[in-house]
Design a protein around this ligand. Structure first.
Ligand code: ATP
Ligand code: OAA
Ligand code: CA
Ligand code: MN
Length: 641
């Protein structure tokens, strides 16, 4: 393998050159779940997903056999560990767990284990005091995929940030960001245990549960072991794809997980429980290293729950956690893509001419960047083979398709169909992208690209930022999408989400911003602001900037050619915009040129500038890093009028 000057092995597959051509939150957190689904019953929901047609191919069962697992003492210990995870905290004994599917009689064999707290159990000789200890819980452990799966997440088709709770204890009270604007809504330890017990009891009442033991973070020194206990094959396959998959040897030596998720998604929380404001609750307990999910089956909760945990653990080790995509050129130049949901992290980091390090969650340490995940989670509304060939081709055996509509006989997916939700998704292992960089690590970033989907249509398609501007826009975390496009034209609404991921950060935004500033400065990275949203007018009169043009802009950033372009400064935001980019019509580079109504342009620009100013007011009293100068510069780097 070539060393290519990065000290890292190159991706295994050569790069083939090709010609390429809402959700709206309130306040700081974006909420994909705000809109309800259009079904009253589960059957109705299923009928939404399947388009009726005449059968052209015979229906075949796609329930492939589960991989059979090897036998021995290690497995007994694994079962014991799983029983320990599933143990009720009030009954002292864990459930009797047995490996395999209860439906497959042969696997019902004798291998079962019960767990008692702090004791080694030789045989299940617990005195029976309740009915739950009379039954076995069948465990389906680290199964391999049995096919492509198109599934429904039920009533929730996005995350539920208002139902997120974090245990406040003596430690987290001081360490975490609480209060206005923060995504961390408090709960106490006792209430957490009430919800944990509810989830564990539910899971133990089932015939079978799925257990995934996997890793987070490709940086071997900072790898985290996670266990996910879930009730649906969908959730297990999703996490199989999204977390890093252990090798057989790694699984043998897995031991105790560093963090455990209890996903009892189909079972609601109890609204009479303190702190509960709906039937959905996602609860983080950093001291116990556990997360509980009740009342939502949206799989993104698991992914983003673990991301929150990384946003707590990594900064403690001076490692910056990032809601960003990341890719690397053949010369080892790394780019980060920050942006809120739907702004293009996955689309633009998945680039046929570059190596994909990851599409959504990364760490930046003293040694470079590493992906946290082992898979990608792409939006697939209106997905097309021409515009996004790599994502299109990644949807195959093993991929989970969430909430898409398909033809019930041909099983062809209709990517344009929004019947279930606009937030349709595909989750696939990263190696399904031909140019995935394995292992998913790279050197220090050269370019930091901030993506905004500006539905007001006033931000330039690209601007070069100085460090203070980069920090200003990183802390602002702006995007504007248009929710509910069906019932006619709607006003765009601005969303500001600090660090382009306020829903997942655990510490105050300025902590992450200071780390980013320090790293960018130290490693000489250049910041860019790229508008992947509207041009020629706001949503309703203008159009979304063509993906092909955005790709040319990104190409010019990667190649370094944009660094040497001629620039002019814009009014209000004071952004440096290039006058020319190869492959992009020059007139679109200055938004003002593209608007027919110049007065409307100016008014809209001032309106957006005002929204930025208002949003930033909460940060004006904070110092960013040790450098008082930088704080002053950041405050001055916003819109000026
Ligand atoms: N000019 C453009 N640039 C980028 N994406 C565009 C553009 N025009 C349309 N799109 C579409 O916008 C969507 C961008 O979604 P993408 O999956 O990349 O979001 P994301 O930033 O990864 O969000 P999330 O964090 O929710 O995964 C895609 O469906 C893409 O096809
Ligand atoms: O987490 C999700 O549901 C999807 C996602 O990547 C985001 O919103 O940033
Ligand atoms: Ca994404
Ligand atoms: Mn994301």
């Amino acid at each position: 393998m070539a060393a290519n000057g990065t000290g890292l092995p190159m991706a295994r597959k050569p790069l083939a050159k090709i010609v390429t051509e809402d959700k709206q939150g309130n306040g700081m957190c974006h909420d994909d779940s705000a809109k309800g689904i259009k079904a009253q019953t589960i059957d109705e929901l299923h009928s939404l997903q399947k388009k009726r047609s005449a059968p052209t191919t015979p229906l075949e069962g796609n329930q492939g056999a589960f991989a059979s697992l090897p036998d021995d003492e290690r497995r007994r210990q694994q079962l014991q560990s799983i029983s320990a995870s599933l143990a009720s905290l009030t009954r002292g004994a864990g459930p009797k767990v047995v490996r395999g599917d209860p439906a497959a009689k042969s696997s019902q064999a004798v291998e079962h284990v019960a767990h008692r707290h702090h004791h080694h159990v030789e045989a299940p000789t617990i005195s029976v005091s309740d009915d739950s200890s009379l039954k076995f819980t069948h465990v389906l452990y680290n199964l391999s995929p049995a096919g492509a799966l198109a599934t429904l997440s039920g009533a929730k088709t996005g995350r539920s940030p208002r139902d997120k709770r974090v245990v406040m204890d003596d430690t987290t009270q001081n360490e975490l960001w609480w209060g206005r604007g923060s995504p961390n809504i408090e709960m106490d330890e006792h209430t957490f245990l009430v919800n944990r017990e509810r989830a564990v009891d539910y899971l133990n009442s089932l015939d079978k549960v799925f257990v995934n033991d996997q890793f987070l973070n490709w940086d071997p020194q900072n790898r985290i072991k996670v266990r996910i206990v879930s009730a649906r094959a969908y959730h297990s396959l999703f996490m199989h794809n999204m977390c890093i998959r252990p090798t057989d040897e790694e699984l043998e030596n897995f031991g105790t997980p560093d963090f455990t998720i209890y996903n009892a998604g189909q079972f609601p929380c109890n609204r009479y429980t303190h702190y509960m404001t709906s039937s959905t609750s996602t609860d983080l307990n950093l001291a116990r290293k556990e997360m509980v999910i009740l009342g939502t089956q949206y799989a993104g909760e698991m992914k983003k729950g673990l991301f929150s945990v990384m946003h707590y653990l990594m900064p403690k080790r001076q490692i910056l956690s990032l809601h960003s995509g990341c890719n690397m050129g053949i010369d080892g130049d790394v780019a980060l893509f920050f942006g809120l949901s739907g702004t293009g992290k996955t689309t633009l980091s998945t680039d046929h001419n570059r190596y994909l390090i990851g599409d959504d969650e990364h760490c930046w340490s003293d040694y470079g960047v590493s992906n946290i995940e082992g898979g990608c989670y792409a939006k697939c509304i209106d997905l097309s083979r021409e515009k996004e060939p790599d994502i299109w081709n990644a949807i195959k055996f093993g991929t989970v398709l969430e909430n898409v509509v398909f033809d019930e006989h041909t099983r062809e997916v209709e990517y344009g169909d929004k019947s279930v939700t606009e937030n349709t998704r595909a989750a696939y292992p990263i190696e399904y992208i031909p140019n995935a960089k394995l292992p998913c690590i790279g050197p220090h970033p050269k370019n930091v690209i901030l993506l905004a989907c500006d539905a007001f249509g006033v931000l330039p398609p690209v601007s070069k930022l100085n460090l203070a501007q980069t920090m200003y826009h990183f802390i602002s975390g702006y995007t504007a999408l248009v929710a509910g496009t069906e019932d006619g034209i709607k006003e765009p609404t601005a969303t500001f989400s600090a660090c382009f991921g306020a829903a997942f950060i655990m510490l105050h935004p300025t902590k992450y911003a200071a780390m980013l500033a320090e790293k960018m400065q130290k490693h000489g990275a250049t910041g860019w602001l790229v508008n992947t949203g509207w041009s020629g007018g706001s949503y309703g009169s203008g159009n979304r900037i063509k993906l092909a043009y955005t790709r040319r802009i990104i190409d010019a950033i990667h190649s370094g050619s944009l660094l040497n372009a001629t620039y002019e400064k814009t009014d209000v935001f004071g952004l440096e915009i290039p006058t020319e980019i190869e492959g992009v019509p020059s007139e679109i580079l200055r938004p003002e040129n593209t608007w027919g109504d110049k007065k409307a342009y100016k008014n809209t620009l001032l309106k957006l500038g005002g929204l930025f100013k208002n949003n930033f007011e909460t940060f004006t009293n904070y110092k960013i890093g040790k450098d008082t100068m930088l704080t002053q510069e950041i405050l001055a780097a916003g819109p000026n009028f």
